[in-house]
Design a binder for this molecule. Structure first.
Ligand SMILES: *Cc1c(COP(=O)(O)O)cnc(C)c1O
Length: 420
């Protein structure tokens, strides 16, 4: 996180004083560092060296248009999982030939939209989905490019909610049914089978699961080759972890160094779909302390950001470092940092030893760039917070704070009753 550093006791994002931004935009807000984002892009570009590859950023990690636009300009493609994400990706400037579409539940309308936009390929997750895409492509007089997502049954050793490549998960086609499914797909008139893919989970901090997954895919591609099904793309998914606390995830170069040789043997073009590793440590959530409340059992620091703004601690028990925006010499105490939402799961940290923060003080919730704003909601009718982008010594609002009017948009007290 070397673009979030203290200078004279004040936390800066690049060369911009975070407390000064808070004064201008109010709290809470998400804050992103453009340089961090660009540095992560560069690491990933460099990691694969000369090997033919396409990076498709997983839009769900953070789908702000301004960030997407930066990534598109860096030559990166997009991995989308809904029509809405496809819309965003196109609007942000990703060329359609660099967009892949994943997800277990694509609707007919979404499939039609993606076909009309001529995306690079669909990552297909079941035979019934193949049938649907084949039928729609036929109706549109098109041939749909597809890759089959395989569930390789590999334990990624991560939180169960973000493990996706185990037998009990809903994702992908079971490895044991892969050959048969490829055969079925290759016989469909309106499909062109060009790839295979796997995505085994998120926040993976060791190389082995990636390596195993790559080996399974490479093996499959070889088998299929013998059956005259020629695979051009291997999509290895995303999932590379980041440091939240004391994890030591592989660097992109180590990660690519391990899997690239396995995949290179196949002669396929490699696609990978990083989300968290690109944006996670490029963003923080800035919040202000409202109250400090001592109860017989606990000391609560009540802040103005809640689980509607950042749900990861509540949903996954995730750890985010919390730092004072202006360093204090208060003694460290054990606190729960909680939000204003009416749920006991509304916490940003529990039993955390940190300098006691007083009302009015600002806290930075670190590593919040991925699955932060994109998972935020209006629960408790809280307007969603603004998103701010810093470049060197300046900042820009890339999403405005929502208003109360935004909260009720589309709702009506007096709509017409409709008979069916
Ligand atoms: C979520 C997701 C990703 C990105 O995962 P990260 O852990 O953020 O890198 C990539 N591919 C697919 C299919 C996904 O669902």
């Amino acid at each position: 996180m070397h673009f979030f550093q203290y200078h004279n006791g004040r936390l800066f994002c690049e060369e911009t004083d975070i407390a000064a931004i808070a004064q201008r935009v109010g709290t809470p807000f998400y804050l992103y560092s453009q340089r961090t984002l660009l540095r992560h892009c560069e690491h990933i570009h460099r990691a694969f060296g000369t090997l033919e590859h396409l990076t498709c950023y997983s839009v769900k990690a953070n789908s702000n248009l301004a960030l997407l636009h930066i990534l598109a300009q860096e030559g990166i493609g997009a991995d989308v999982v809904s029509g809405g994400e496809l819309f965003r990706a196109l609007k942000a400037g990703f060329p359609s030939e660099k967009i892949v579409y994943s997800g277990v539940g694509k609707t007919e309308l979404e499939i039609e939209y993606a076909l009309r936009e001529e995306i690079l390929l669909f990552n297909v997750e079941s035979v019934p989905e193949l049938e649907t895409i084949d039928r729609i492509a036929g109706q549109m007089g098109q041939v749909a490019p597809v890759a089959l997502r395989i569930n390789p049954d590999i334990d990624p050793h991560t939180h169960p909610y973000i493990a996706t490549g185990l037998q009990e998960n809903k994702f992908g086609i079971p490895y044991s049914q892969a050959r048969e499914s490829f055969k079925i797909a290759s016989e469909m008139k309106n499909l062109k089978v060009i790839g295979t893919d796997a995505h085994i989970g998120s926040q993976i901090t060791t190389l082995e699961p990636f390596l195993e997954s790559a080996e399974r895919l490479a093996e499959l591609v070889q088998t299929l080759g013998n059956e005259h099904i020629d695979i051009k793309y291997i999509d290895i998914g995303g999932g590379l972890g980041i440091r939240y606390e004391d994890e030591t995830p592989p660097e992109p170069s180590e990660w690519a160094g391990a899997i690239a040789p396995v995949l290179a043997k196949t002669g396929c073009k490699i696609i990978f779909e990083p989300g968290r590793s690109l944006v996670g440590n490029a963003g923080i959530l800035v919040t202000q302390v409202l109250y400090v409340k001592q109860t017989p059992r606990k000391l609560f620091v009540i802040v103005d950001a809640g689980m509607n703004d950042l749900i990861r601690p509540s949903l996954y028990g995730s750890h985010h470092q919390i730092k004072p925006v202006i360093e204090s010499d208060s003694a460290k105490v054990q606190v729960d940092v909680v939000g204003p939402i009416c749920e006991s799961a509304d916490f940003l940290a529990t039993e955390r030893l940190m300098p006691l923060a007083n009302p009015g003080e600002l806290l930075a919730v670190m590593s919040a760039g991925a699955y932060g704003f994109s998972m935020s909601s209006n629960y408790n009718s809280r307007p969603r917070c603004p998103e701010i982008l810093v470049n060197a010594s300046r900042f820009r609002v890339i999403r405005e704070r929502e208003t109360y009017q935004d909260l009720v948009r589309g709702e009506s007290i007096e709509g017409d009753w409709i008979s069916v």
